[in-house]
Design a protein around this ligand. Sequence first.
Ligand code: ATP
Ligand code: MG
Length: 751
Amino acid sequence: MLEIFTCILQALCRNLIYSLFMDVSKILDPLNSAQRAGVCHASGHALVLAGAGSGKTRVLVHRIAWLIDAENTPPFSILAVTFTNKAAAEMRSRIESLLGIPASGMWVGTFHGIAHRLLRAHWQEAELPQNFQILDSDDQLRTLKRLIREMGLDDSQWPAKEAQWYINARKDEGVRAGQITLHRGQKDDLHLLQMIEIYKQYEALCQRSGMIDFAEMLLRAKELWQKRPDVLQHYRQRFQNILVDEFQDTNSIQYEWIKLLAGETGRVFAVGDDDQSIYGWRGARIENIHQYSRDFKPVEMYRLEQNYRSTANILNAANGLIANNTDRLGKELWTEDAEGELIQVYSAFNEIDEANYIVDNIQQRINEGYQRSECAILYRSNAQSRVLEESLIMASMPYRVYGGLRFFDRQEIRDVLAYLRLMTNRNDAPAFERIINTPTRGIGNKTLEVVRTTANQQNMTLWEAVLSVIENKMLTARALSALQAFIDLINEHAEIIQNLSLNEKIEHVVHHSGLEAYYEKEKGERGRARIENMQELIQAGVNFEAEDWQTEDENMDELSAFLSHAALEAGEGQADEWDDCVQLMTLHSAKGLEFKQVYICGVEEGLFPHRLSAEDPVRLEEERRLCYVGMTRAMENLSLSYAEKRRIYGEDNYPKPSRFLKEIPQQCLHQIRASRFAQPAVSSTTSRYTETPQTDNGMNISLGQRVLHPSFGEGMVMNYEGEGRHARVQINFEEVGSKWLVMEYANLSLA
Ligand code: ATP
Ligand code: MG
């Protein structure tokens, strides 16, 4: 009620200002004419289809300000979908700074954030318990592992990971276990039938324990529309303006959800770029862009062609690369910006050399006046970050990893949260499993097996099963007393924390759960870091703004809001978010962002394009789009690097440079060789060289040197060992890969 009143008051103020000045220059001045056309779009739906850095997100933000200021639309009627929570926060603040006043009542968030908000407000209609908990992907995997075991299946034959993919993919298509229709050939497919059974049992288990996973959030939110026309009608009337950023990455269910919400009267304003669709592997459907024009009529199409982000060199390189894709809608992109520096292509000796080169280069940029936060290192796989982090630590350079092991994913943080979760909802099975014996309290596997079997046989939650095991004295007195102590611990402290503030609740659990004492025993830096992280969590409780999570018709308590926040905050931000540190992230999580200096590392066949995608033309095009996304994050400088030798997942590899490097117009590139930074292969057991060996023609060989072989062509010296006639050299050839050669006969010359 208060919110509606504030909205009306704000609208009146705006009207007054507007009628006094009729001035919308703040909104329109910073736009070019194509962007202005989009922002001032008159009626019906709109699609802004344009390349990277052409101002799509800017148009979306200014469109919202335009709706509020020029069209007198109440913020209350606006719903905007962004790709990350961080983008949502930025969008809101940019809109408010354009308007000069707060735009309360507007909903801005990710699909998951918005679905979650709806489900909290309508938990009854969505057939959920009021205190339902969110299963993040790690919890989901554990739950499935346990379920598969309980179903008596061999988990080597039925990996939980596969079941997780299968279930999430069906949910993303909007299909429940009971709704799967089998084609004729599938009726005898035992594997598929078993998967469906796992899906079915998993659904039942989640429902019983009051838990929903990420995919479920979207599915429930869509089903809420379908099952409750009254609720849908309410939101249809409310959200007359629906705006979606990064539209190319919506999946089926998100698309359907928007369609249902828009109904006959809602106006949809979508912005996207088919060349940046990078989530096909997770169910995103690029076809939604085509489908949109058919489903939403009339649609006015806007194209933006000027890029404002990158230098001409970077843009030409990215345009040249993406031109190799066949399945494109086709867009022109140009810039008025200067040529800029050439793109550096660094051929590193190994991954350590690559990391050192990048850190060294960042230091140079900082000396030139860049902020650390204006430099980003992007990689294809999370596993690449460790070596980079080591180099950054050695150089004492602050950095932040997005999307890696995020704060809320750290072991000790998950432990504390699990205590809080179980105190909130005793049926939360993953939380139960996590802390039943952490810290150790003498509850062994045998005891747990009895509890799990009881739960399974009697269709109970684990918590209920413990109570039943105690009541029926199903174990030894010692085991029973250990279980009872756990039950008492949770019950007693749940009671105590009830009237404490959020941070006091967290603090209480840290001190009294035994976790603090447990981790204090862990030696060295690691133990200290864990204790510091727990302190940080208490601080997060102090800073947490529960209001951000409340809606006008929602009654979520502060702790539940905090726990939801922890589960939803997908690798995005922590307390030090705005500190000046180098930014590390996967290429996927760099979407929508921009940095003055970008390093893309590991540009190698097998890593990028990923070996699982290289053979499949459709997936290869998605990898190329991912490279395009990465390159177009750079504003002033771009560096691409590959290693001649890479140790990853515990194995040595000798990859070839990525095909993407060949596809970029060569005049945009400046090749740099490893020699300046080369160093011995630190971890290699074979690099016990004695003296610099000589080739048969008297040439001295050094690590990292480029050499030429009469039949194998050009390559780089990776290693050598032995002396005199026994000297051997390992060379990574561009065409044929790694080979050991006997120096005496190798017939090498300098490349
Ligand atoms: P992406 O495809 O990567 O999401 P985008 O199309 O959403 O990019 P924006 O992020 O909105 O592009 O804009 C890219 C950069 O260009 C931003 O720094 C933005 O502030 C700037 N920009 C956009 N339009 C203009 C303009 N008309 N004048 C000056 N700068 C602009
Ligand atoms: Mg954008």
